[in-house]
Design a protein around this ligand. Structure first.
Ligand code: 6GP
Length: 825
């Protein structure tokens, strides 16, 4: 027998040879012994699974080695707590990271297989809603690429974000059964399951003279970890993403089962397993449902337990925890981790309260991703106390101590105390999770300069005064691996030809492209890349949706979740205005740049107004696309089910990036960065990270329009009357009247009436106030696009000046300003 300390038992089995032959052999082995088929009778699914397993085999030795070394060196690590990871497809990313792309392509060709066909087999894991979830995925990619110890913790939802279809132009939602064929990228560890408890009551007891509290829960579930490899870019590093899946516990079932109620036992099992069943499809607006709080506690409790069990030695000195671990809270969703951590330290590890609190305040940091007041999570005390009674007590105690300190600093200012209390009283007693996170966190960060400033000065000014220096900014970023190198191979080739390699992990090097913007030859090549990307997109949309993208059209793209604050309606009004101008003869057809408008947007299933707007976009599209008077000039395409996979095709093809939220509402945006890095020009408001993009690319290469945040504030203060803008602008009047008259609803005046009257009489996001500025800016876009060469020059400068928006830079900022971790080995 091989003794466990024998070198062969300690070291992982070496990876197969990185040659075409080695790859073929490994692939066939995986087909035979993994799928039980030979090459000649393998289905596309078989081949995809065998390929994925082959890639895993190459990464495996490094992963195991990294896990071992991490245990050995005990460097400080980042536990990123996020309810969402919007990963996108894994195959290409992992091929690229392991440097196997070409070998795999050749090896498969040798087997008579087109790699592209296998790529299409992968169902992307859509375990997130939008920006927040995709950001988490970019961050873990960057940490692996930088060699920083990190585990991403989250939930393995059985159903990710719904699949969107359109029925008569209206959104319908289908479940996303992404696991129906299994996932080749995950490693289940049922033996590592944690028991997670809920409900019950608390009691105090005498612990050898020390009065203590303990929690007597009523029920529990098992949290089963699934590990995913997170390979760094060609650096031999593989980090881990650990997602938890809920399974009913035996003891729980048995108790009911023994009472003879079999049906009840099965029901109980279903109840427990519901916890990781489905991702809540709300983006930026919490639902406040009990199951959601169960999900949140479920994954953070399991993750904290995991850190103690797996990352730390049993005899670890708890006061040293801040030297080993930092929990980053991705918005408020994981904030229940704060009282859970305190409970573990105080109730289980018997630490003194003050010492435990001192540790906690160094072990947590909080990122806020929103400015919408309705998006800040609160949990009714009644619900939280029923589900997690001990945690509610702990929150009360944290709040008590906090308010004592507030009184010490600010005096008995009862208004202020009420405003700052972690417990809100109206409309029902609730725990304000953002406040809890702010009190507990070593640092609180916003996600773009403007957002961080508004968070500090407008949303949480009292807290900023109380905790000077706690509020900081870390501007978001996106991974250049997925969103340039993989999604835009032609542009990447052009960049590498110009600059050599190295820019993929050092994106500021794109600066060197500035000089090339002045080179006519380079501009021609750059324009050819854009044209080729448009043809690729055209192929994808033809195949996927039966759409045709005309040559020579400007691609004007607005892809993001549907939200009133993002103002897809403003875009619709621009389209309707342009269309109306042509059909009425007021605008000469020849004066309009041919444009294809592309939308991508999912609406939360319960968000009625958002769904109406989707319906309107489709309705406008079907009229415009079928009107011979604008044929060849205007086209509106709205491919359903916008996701990461489609984003990777759309973004590289875009000419114009629409970032038109009402100033002060979009925390950052990350799509805006992806477009600019792929050579689209932005038309945008001074909002979120648009501000920083514009500063970097320069006003000449950015179409700014609309009110600034202070202007928005002052218009609100004066009393905003949208109808006055309607009355003052004939173009706006004609466009809204056309919609109201039923021009896009077969004469039905009621269909879109709620949208029109909402704009006229409420218009919370001031679409009408920014309309004329937007139309004016679009005219400038038209004029600029007429000079193709100048446009291309601007596009190159956008690429050259946006290296700052790499998520590698974001990660360096977190490391320096918040985590104080370092790359290890
Ligand atoms: C989003 C913000 O809306 C977006 O502006 C930002 O780029 C992204 O987070 C990443 O920071 N917020 C959410 O998706 C959300 O759910 C609570 O916020």
């Amino acid at each position: 027998h091989l003794h466990p300390t024998h070198p062969l038992a300690l070291a992982p089995v070496a990876a197969p040879p990185s040659t075409v032959d080695g790859f073929v052999r490994e692939f066939l082995l995986n087909l035979n012994s993994g799928r039980g088929v030979t090459l000649s009778n393998a289905s596309a699914t078989d081949k995809y699974f065998a390929l994925a397993h082959t890639v895993r085999d190459y990464l495996m030795a490094r992963w195991l080695e990294d896990l071992r070394r991490q245990r050995e060196v005990q460097d400080k690590g980042v536990a990123y707590l996020s309810a969402e990871y919007l990963l996108g497809r894994q195959l290409d990313n992992n091929l690229l990271a392991s440097g196997l792309s070409e070998i795999a392509e050749e090896a498969l060709a040798a087997c008579g297989i087109d790699l592209d066909v296998l790529r299409q087999q992968e169902v992307e894991p859509g375990l997130g809603n939008g920006g927040l979830g995709r950001l988490a995925a970019c961050f873990i990619d960057s940490l692996a690429t930088m060699g920083v110890p990190n585990v991403g913790y989250g939930i393995r939802y059985e159903y990710g974000i719904f699949r969107q279809t359109f029925v008569d132009g209206q959104q319908a939602e289908q479940p996303d059964a992404w696991l129906s064929l299994g996932s080749p990228w995950e490693f289940a560890h049922p033996e590592g399951a944690q028991t997670i408890a809920f409900g019950g009551h608390t009691e105090t007891y005498d612990d050898e003279g020390v009065p203590r509290s303990r929690w007597i829960p009523a029920w529990n579930v098992q949290a089963v970890p699934y590990n995913y490899m997170v390979p760094g870019y060609q650096n031999g590093r593989v980090n881990t993403l650990r997602l938890w899946s809920a399974v009913a516990t035996n003891s729980f079932d048995l108790r009911v089962f023994n009472s003879g109620d079999y049906e009840e036992a099965v029901r109980a099992q279903t109840y427990a397993e519901n916890i990781s069943k489905v991702l809540y499809p709300e983006d930026s607006t919490p639902q406040g449902k009990e199951l959601r709080l169960q999900q949140q506690y479920f994954f953070v409790a399991a993750s904290i337990r995991d850190v103690f069990d797996v990352m730390l030695p049993a005899d670890f000195e708890l006061t040293n925890l801040p030297e080993r671990i930092i929990f980053q809270l991705n918005d408020t969703h994981p904030v229940i981790a704060v009282p859970e951590f305190m409970r573990v330290l105080v109730d289980e590890k018997k630490m003194d309260w003050d010492a435990a609190w001192a540790v906690t305040q160094q072990c947590f940091a909080y990122t806020c991703h929103t400015l919408l007041p309705e998006a800040l999570e609160v949990w009714p005390v009644e619900l939280l106390g029923r589900l997690l009674p001990r945690h509610l007590e702990i929150i009360y105690r944290i709040n008590e101590d906090f308010l004592v300190a507030v009184r010490e600093k600010f005096g008995d200012d009862e208004m202020r105390i009420r405003d700052m209390s972690i417990i809100g009283e109206h409309p029902v007693r609730s725990v304000r999770m953002a406040y809890l996170a702010t009190v507990a966190g070593a640092k609180v960060n916003g996600v773009a300069e403007l957002h961080s400033q508004l968070l500090r000065d407008k949303v949480l000014p009292d807290f900023n005064e109380f905790y000077p220096g706690k509020f900081i900014n870390v501007t978001n970023g996106v991974t250049p691996r997925r969103f340039v190198r993989l999604s835009n191979p032609s542009l990447s080739g052009l960049i590498t030809d110009a600059l050599g390699t190295g820019w993929v992990t050092d994106l500021e090097r794109l600066r060197e492209l500035e000089a090339y913007a002045e080179d006519p030859e380079f501009r021609t090549q750059f324009a050819e890349v854009k044209a080729a990307n448009k043809r690729l997109l055209s192929d994808v949309l033809r195949e996927r949706d039966g759409f045709e993208v005309s040559d020579g059209h400007m691609l004007d793209v607005m892809v993001k979740r549907l939200h009133e604050y993002k103002r897809q309606m403003l875009k619709v009004l621009h389209i309707v205005t342009t269309y109306e101008g042509i059909i009425s003869g007021r605008v000469a057809v020849g004066d309009v740049q041919p444009r294809t408008f592309i939308f991508g947007a999912k609406a939360a299933p319960g968000y009625v107004m958002a769904k109406r707007i989707i319906h309107l976009i489709n309705a406008v599209g079907s009229v415009v696309n079928n009107d011979p008077r604008v044929e060849g000039k205007l086209k509106v395409l709205f491919p359903p089910n916008y996701n990461v996979t489609l984003a990777e095709r759309v973004i590289p093809a875009a000419d114009l990036s629409e970032q038109i939220s009402l100033a002060g509402k979009e925390a950052s945006g990350t799509g805006n960065m992806k477009f600019a890095l792929n050579g689209a020009l932005t038309i945008g408001t001074d909002d979120g990270a648009n501000v920083e993009i514009r500063e970097l690319v320069g006003d000449d290469n950015f179409f700014l329009f609309g009110m600034s945040e202070p202007e928005v504030e002052s218009l609100w203060a004066k009393g905003y009357k949208p109808s006055s803008f309607y009355n003052a602008d004939s173009g706006l009047r004609r466009s809204l009247d056309l919609i109201a008259a039923g021009a896009f609803s077969g004469g039905d005046r009621s269909m879109f009436e709620p949208i029109v009257s909402n704009l006229l009489y409420d218009d919370r996001f001031m679409v009408l106030a920014d309309y004329s500025a937007y139309i004016g800016a679009q005219a400038k876009v038209d004029a600029a696009y007429a000079d193709q060469d100048a446009w291309t020059r601007s596009a190159i400068l956008n690429v050259a000046r946006c290296g700052y928006f790499s998520s590698d830079r974001s990660m360096r900022d977190y490391i320096e300003r918040i985590w104080h971790t370092a790359p290890s080995f």
